[in-house]
Design a protein. Structure first.
Lengths: 290, 316
């Protein structure tokens, strides 16, 4: 699992300055792909697809055909339907888990960066404890004991994202809290709550949302790994990770079974990374120095 | 410097203590009674009760934690109820495999990332630079298990050059041992080099704008001498810092790669313990890995402070 850490490595020179204000065609291609995946995932139950669960015993591991556009896998389930229903799992976990990190981590970071002192030390210290565990190992251990379900999967991956979101929110708050508009608000007698919600939060939200998109990419990979290892969503619910895991068994006879969901996952992760990185480049104040 | 080390050491202790508490809580508060797991099919209420009493499972959690911690501090992490091996024996047996894999992977990652970073920085903004930066970005979106599948397909299934799974100890057959490590290490290296390249490249571009580089150019030194001798070392600082972060990712990657390629390392021990619900091994290994990770990060912090005096004086 690529940790969320990697995404916040400040890679100033990597983003050329000219990309700052214009979002290139790649950005829009990424938006287009995400929109497509989202659309088919939401519409999956009403699309004219074969069932992703029903097995067609006469058409086992069948190649591409009119009936099965992307063929079938070993036990004879339709691959296209499985890929589309798998997208639902990836997106549900991928979008929900970072929301946990965004809200809890964001709130903790905002409060720690604004109030400083003992509270900040406590928050940073406890996040250090959480960061001490290699995230994948903790996720594996917990899912193994809680049992396999989408809810637990989302919760554990979400909790593991809290420290990274906390760091992003705290770092932005620390610099913002010294800015004139905050000092002015304090001088005008604004309450802490008002400063936090009206002055700081809107400004901290921008980098947090950019980071959220990178978090979605990391989460989709994390869910993929767990499902690939057979510790994600329970079968026969299809997920990209478990499809790749099953496809691995028949790499010699039907490599497409592993590669099709792999390509779908790669494109989705790449798209979220591209969008997140473009937004980060737009909002990152460090870019201004270039 | 001594004060800085002492401060960081003082901070290390509570973190390690909290890590041990969290590990214990995860392992003991989650559903699934250890006594039922051990007894399996033969679990009758009386037997379960007796075993729970023998193992001290009927004691309150905090008491069990203190007892466990007491043993851990003395180096006794417990014993697997499935294989009879102690946690330390099992870890010691498998650690060399994981280390070999990680070192191999890091070396390949550096061998790919460093030359590319230098080549990119030498002509930053050029066609090669833009192409490689794009490639590195795309590679960061390829999960480890995807590159593993791709490499297995290419080199083991299609070309039949390398084995897809298996392991022989280095002492028995050095060449065979290395052959088994090529694909797993390549898989991890594919995830490592983009990070290495990106960080080194941006630092190198900054270094190349320093005055002393201009001076070196004015003296008529060759570009390769400037790049390798004058610019590389001062540009490696960030690379050292991100090593700490990388280790965490590398440990996670090792776990996946060992499972896919059937290498008997720590990762496989852990996944095996999860599948067989071997709680003692699980909690011992998680604690050891997390503690090792914390200590390694501490060492990286120290290393960084040695390299950059601003850190230890608290200016950064």
């Amino acid at each position: 699992m690529a940790t969320l850490e990697l995404a916040i490595s400040d890679d100033v020179a990597a983003a050329p300055a000219r990309r700052r204000r214009s979002l290139g065609p790649l950005f829009w291609a990424a938006i287009g792909w995400i929109a497509l995946v989202l659309a088919v995932a939401i519409l999956a139950p009403v699309l004219p697809l074969p069932s992703p669960i029903d097995m067609d015993m006469l058409e086992r591991r069948a190649p591409f055909s009119v009936e099965h556009w992307l063929g079938t896998h070993g036990p004879g389930r339709d691959e296209l339907a499985r890929a589309i229903f798998g997208a639902r799992i990836s997106l549900i976990v991928g979008l929900c888990a970072p929301v946990i990190g965004l809200t809890i981590g964001g709130a903790l970071g905002l409060l720690a960066g604004y109030f400083r002192g003992r509270f900040e030390a406590l928050v940073v210290g406890s996040m250090d404890v959480l960061l001490a565990f290699p995230p994948l190992i903790l996720a594996l251990a917990v899912t193994a004991y809680l049992g396999q379900s989408i809810l637990y999967l989302t919760l554990i991956i979400g909790v593991l994202g809290i420290p990274a979101f906390m760091r992003v929110a705290r770092a932005s708050t620390l610099t913002l809290a010294r800015r004139e508009f905050v000092i002015a608000a304090e001088a005008l007698g604004a309450t802490h709550l008002r400063i936090l919600l009206r002055e700081l939060l809107p400004n901290v939200m921008l980098p947090l949302i950019a980071f959220f998109l990178l978090g979605v990419a990391v989460t989709i990979v994390a869910e993929g790994v767990l499902s690939f290892l057979g510790l994600g969503v329970p079968p026969p619910i299809p997920s990209w990770g478990s499809m790749i895991g099953e496809g691995r068994e028949s790499l010699d006879v039907a490599p497409r079974l592993a590669f099709m969901p792999a390509i779908a996952m790669f494109l989705t992760v790449l798209s979220f990374n591209l969008i997140g990185d473009s937004l980060r480049a737009l909002t990152d104040p460090r870019q201004g120095a270039l | 410097m001594l004060g800085f080390v002492a401060r960081r050491l003082l901070y290390l202790l509570p973190v390690l203590l909290a890590v041990s508490l969290l590990t214990f809580l995860i392992a003991s508060l989650l559903p699934g009674d250890l006594a039922y797991v051990i007894l399996g099919d033969q679990a009758t209420p009386e037997k379960v009760e007796a075993l729970r009493h023998d193992m001290g499972l009927d004691q309150p959690v905090w008491w069990r934690y203190l007892g466990w911690l007491g043993h851990v501090v003395q180096g006794d992490f417990g014993r697997s109820f499935r294989t009879g091996q102690t946690v330390l024996q099992a870890v010691a047996e498998r650690l060399p495999v994981s280390f070999e894999l990680m070192i191999f992977a890091e070396l390949i990652g550096l061998a790919i990332g460093v030359p590319l970073a230098i080549a990119c920085a030498a002509r930053s903004g050029g066609a090669f630079d833009r192409f490689m930066t794009g490639t590195a970005f795309a590679m960061l979106s390829v999960p480890t298990f995807l590159s593993a599948i791709l490499l297995i397909y290419l080199f083991a299934v299609e070309l039949r050059w390398l084995p897809a799974t298996g392991y022989v100890p280095f002492a028995e057959d050095p060449a065979g041992n290395l052959r088994f490590f090529v694909l797993p290490a390549m898989t991890l290296a594919l995830a490592e080099w983009p990070g290495i390249m990106r960080v080194l490249r941006s630092d190198m571009i900054a270094t190349l704008q320093e005055d002393y580089i201009a001076l070196a150019k004015a003296k008529g030194l060759t570009p390769s001498r400037i790049l390798f001798v004058h610019a590389l070392k001062p540009s490696s600082l960030t690379l050292v810092t991100i090593t700490g972060i990388n280790i965490g990712r590398l440990i996670g990657g090792t776990l996946i790669v060992e499972t896919i390629f059937a290498l008997p390392g720590i990762g496989r021990l852990l996944v095996g313990a999860i599948y067989t619900r071997d709680l003692i091994i699980l909690q011992g290994v998680v604690l050891l890995v997390a503690a090792g990770f914390v200590v390694m990060n501490f060492v990286v912090d120290m290393l960084y402070a040695v390299l950059d005096p601003r850190i230890r004086h608290g200016h950064a």
